[in-house]
Design a protein around this ligand. Sequence first.
Ligand SMILES: Nc1nc2c(ncn2[C@@H]2O[C@H](COP(=O)(O)OP(=O)(O)OP(=O)(O)O)[C@@H](O)[C@H]2O)c(=O)[nH]1
Ligand SMILES: [Mg+2]
Length: 169
Amino acid sequence: MNETAIKILVAGPSGAGKTTLIQTLSQSPVVNTDVRSSTGNRLTTVAMDFGQLRLDQYAIHLFGAPGQERFDFTWEILLDGSLGLLLLVSGKDATHFPQARRIYDYLLSRNPIPLVLGVTHQDHPNCWDCKEVASYLDLDPAAAVPIDATKLESATELLVRLFELVERA
Ligand SMILES: Nc1nc2c(ncn2[C@@H]2O[C@H](COP(=O)(O)OP(=O)(O)OP(=O)(O)O)[C@@H](O)[C@H]2O)c(=O)[nH]1
Ligand SMILES: [Mg+2]
């Protein structure tokens, strides 16, 4: 069977769970550029993530963008050829929402591809409702999904939602 390659970009603020999502979904070893953050005791992506999986007859290539704004010069390069955007934002911290907005404004103004919003960190006691996050970001609440980026079933649900939009586009 012929395989169709589909490039998907995963973007969103730092700490949203982009690297985690790609590690969860990828069926082959992930190319990862995480280093220890200079401001905190955690890892952060400085160039990109790359993972891949098969879904039906499709070979899905997942590219993860760094969330930190100082690496925003990579976003446009990673966007090139992408057919869909997974925008991730952590629902535990509303101070990240404006950055999520800036990122998708930047990306969609250059290439208006289908977008699905994944609101991560659902296990946090004060996590925002994903529909509220969508309305804050001026996005369609129907295209917002609460997810746990560490769980395959949850991460797959998000990807399938985007896929339905990509197939219709
Ligand atoms: N509980 C929970 N933890 C998560 C979830 N998503 C990510 N994490 C954790 O949050 C931390 C940051 O996740 P990363 O995947 O590195 O975030 P990122 O979006 O790639 O961040 P940058 O590379 O800095 O842009 C890690 O410790 C993850 O294990 C989630 O949905 N639930
Ligand atoms: Mg990362």
